[in-house]
Design a protein around this ligand. Structure first.
Ligand SMILES: [Cu+2]
Length: 267
């Protein structure tokens, strides 16, 4: 079931979230119409002219009890049958790191710092003392063995399609919120806490450009939490590649580290 008012969908779990969202709205619409009709009925049926004397016994039928029970059952089904399994799938059943693309994303006013572990699969050491706002916003210690092959970017997240992306989010300053609307991902980023978030991108940037007939289309990371004066420009970009193109991008980044290491201030 696709709801025409929702943004394009590009992740594996998104369809189930959209379905739950739609069903909750359908139930709420039914309740809204039901209560509205009942209100209008009560205004006419119990008007003063027709009921000069109040009836102390009130309602005699049990219809309203049954309707209330039906609403409660529907709400319980939506919560326990639909929403809780979806939530558990997001937060309890993380994919194994060995089968995922692992990325650290560190939010700050007003940018997204992206950190890949490189071919060794180990994130290099970071140290707040090494942070330099322009040259080394992550405080990555390039002297650490595990850090030598690490790739970092600012506001540019690259991921391969059809493989779980396992992101670890943290913040350098205030509360931000990491939102990828086409992936149906939104997670608050809290200073002092690392939060894992995962999804499987299914549609590459190229495919989405074709689907939307918009050659300029880009997936965006938006900050969904008002985080300061520059909040509006806290915007990153996500490129979803085919697996081969992603590897090519990583290799290219890798080669650049080699070049810049020669005149690097950290060596
Ligand atoms: Cu922010």
């Amino acid at each position: 079931m696709a709801w025409p008012w929702l943004p394009q969908l590009a992740s594996e779990h998104g369809a189930a979230l959209d379905r739950a969202l739609g069903l909750v709205h359908v139930l709420m619409a039914l309740l809204f119409v039901g209560w509205g009709v009942f209100f209008a009925y009560a205004l006419v049926r119990f008007r003063r002219k027709r009921n000069p004397v109040a009836d102390p016994r009130g309602v005699r039928s049990h219809a309203s009890t049954w309707v209330e029970a039906a609403v409660a059952v529907a709400e319980a089904l939506l919560l326990v049958g639909l929403s809780m399994p979806l939530w558990a799938d997001r937060v309890e059943r993380l994919p194994p790191p060995s089968e995922s693309t692992r990325v650290r994303v560190v939010a700050e006013q007003f940018a997204w710092n992206v950190h890949y572990p490189g071919p060794d699969g180990v994130f290099g050491r970071t140290d707040p003392a090494l942070i330099d706002a322009t040259a080394n916003p992550l405080g990555l210690d390039r002297k650490d063995e595990a850090a030598k092959d690490d790739v970092t970017t600012i506001n540019q997240l690259h991921l391969p399609a059809s493989r779980p992306a396992l992101l670890t989010l943290s913040s350098k300053d205030v509360i931000h919120s990491f939102a990828l609307q086409e992936m149906r991902v939104k997670q608050d980023v809290i200073p002092g806490i690392s939060t894992d978030v995962w999804f499987v991108p299914k549609v590459t940037t190229e495919e989405m450009r074709a689907r939307t007939a918009n050659p300029e289309f880009n997936y965006e990371i938006s900050c969904a939490q008002l985080c300061g004066l520059g909040h509006y420009r806290m915007r990153g970009f996500v490129t979803i590649h085919s697996p081969e193109a992603f590897q090519a991008w990583l290799d290219e980044q890798q080669a650049q580290i080699g070049e810049s290491a020669e005149d690097s201030i950290w060596n």
